[in-house]
Design a protein around this ligand. Sequence first.
Ligand code: C2E
Ligand code: MG
Ligand code: MG
Length: 566
Amino acid sequence: MAEPVQKLAGDRPRVLIVEDNPADAELAVLYLAPKYAVFVADHIHAAVAMLRKMVFEAVLTDLTLPDAIELEAVIKLQAAAPEAALIVVTGLADEVIGHRAVQLGAQDYLVKGHFEGDVLDRAMRYAIERKRVEKRLAQLAHYDQLTGLANRATFRDRLQMVLERARRKNGRFTVMYVDLNDFKATNDCFGHDIGDAVLREVADRLRHAIRSYDTAARLGGDEFALLLDHQGDEITPRQLIERVLAAFATPIELGGEPLNVTASIGVATFPEAGNNEAELLKAADTAMFWAKDRPGTSCVVYDQAHAEEALPRRRSEVLLRQAFAAGEFVLQFQPVVSLRNQRVTAVEALLRWSQRDGTLVGPSSFIPNLEATGLIVDVGAWVIREACRNAAQWRRDGHDLRVAVNISARQFESEGLMDTVEAALREHGVPPGSLEVEITESLLMRDTAQTKRALRGLKELGVRISIDDFGTGYSSLAYLHRFSVDALKIDRSFVSRLEENEGAVLTSAIIRLGHNLGLEVVAEGVETSAQLQKLCNDGCDFGQGYFLGRPAFDWARSAELAAEGG
Ligand code: C2E
Ligand code: MG
Ligand code: MG
């Protein structure tokens, strides 16, 4: 982050008060004037005009205005000043509306007549800080930090959008996968700095090859993707391909020797190569592999005739089903340690596939398939039961440990989740407070009737809810609070960057804001004592990571090993 988050109080940030009742407006001015440069507008129209002219740090708005009712005000103000923190003031009877405003992106709400100067001041300070962190997190969540291109998630979103429009309008578009050849060798030979510079240069060239309404993304490593829309096109797909190929025609100059960078490009067009997102991506990927067989920069357009291997998905489903039936899924447990007293307070259950030949396969490689095939619902139910069974055993052994299970979206939205949880707790005599459910931010933000019901149900049961991989998803901090989440787990990508300035600033901001919302904060992926020290200094509540204990079949052994420095 360019500016430190703490800096705001000193600069007299600008605040706009939107309020048509002069007495209320005057009171708010009185409260805020000592610390902020305060402006007042008495209707939305005037407010929007001011927001267009000047940069405001925050907007405090009433929700009953002459020219905007209720949430209309929120929508209009956000459109006019997407960068400003927004606090709404509701009547006593409409807290629900305040809640809705937060769902729409407001940072907080206050109830009219129920706050004084200090409360308003505090709400204002935290709303501004929250907004800053949310903006930075959104940037991190949507863009690739190295190249500034869209990241994988954003690419998928845009693809979805373009696909829907093309379906409605019988349109056409092209997906391209661009994979650099021998990039690993470049990295090994010239070092990571040169490697990064090459990736940035390639990103620039791709950006220039496409048009403003197309999307270029970095999917990870040396893999790029392009999304080219053909609505009312003046150039043909062939010409677009030529332009992308041209991006690799000249060597990259980085001061020293010119580097010849070549790429393998796979092209899939809608609707020929596939009818949905998965088919198109797979087609582009397959074509890219075909291109790999050719020397230099080459490009292959996917065609059906070329593709005889349609089996993999179906095959993997059969394999997973068999593995589950044969009892090959097992759980490992990783300790979560209190940073106050170093004690293990919880363990997280992590799924593994113990294959017949003895290899232990991690979940990232098969969970997506479990999800895609719906098998996750049954396997996930087993995980919950197995976790409870273990928790009961630990309690009998005299350890008062909570057990955390990961719940994926499809499972969370499945009908039987509540029954499964209740039955598992009852069967093993585990108190609900000893079970914790980890869900992702994006699931929370989906905000469907199903997720709400499940959240409410779990909460009523007394099960704890935590947000996993926090910071990598949608990220609305205020939202967490309104949904009575108990804890957030800072994604390990932040923890691993604790030694860099931005990583440190963001992590401590998340911890502070989490606390401010009454949440416990867990840091994931703690790998070094330096990271642990920083987290302790920042007041983080819990830590989890290899430094504190690796996932193991026997959690106690794992924690001991880490304590011995193993
Ligand atoms: P997660 O919930 O964020 O779990 C933490 C992951 O980080 C685990 O990976 C763990 O082994 C790894 N980890 C822990 N400490 C460190 C560290 O210090 N450094 C590094 N580099 N990694 C560390 P794992 O076991 O491969 O699990 C990956 C993900 O798979 C989990 O991420 C979770 O989202 C998902 N998952 C695991 N078990 C289940 C399950 O039963 N059901 C569902 N739906 N998802 C699961
Ligand atoms: Mg987890
Ligand atoms: Mg995580």
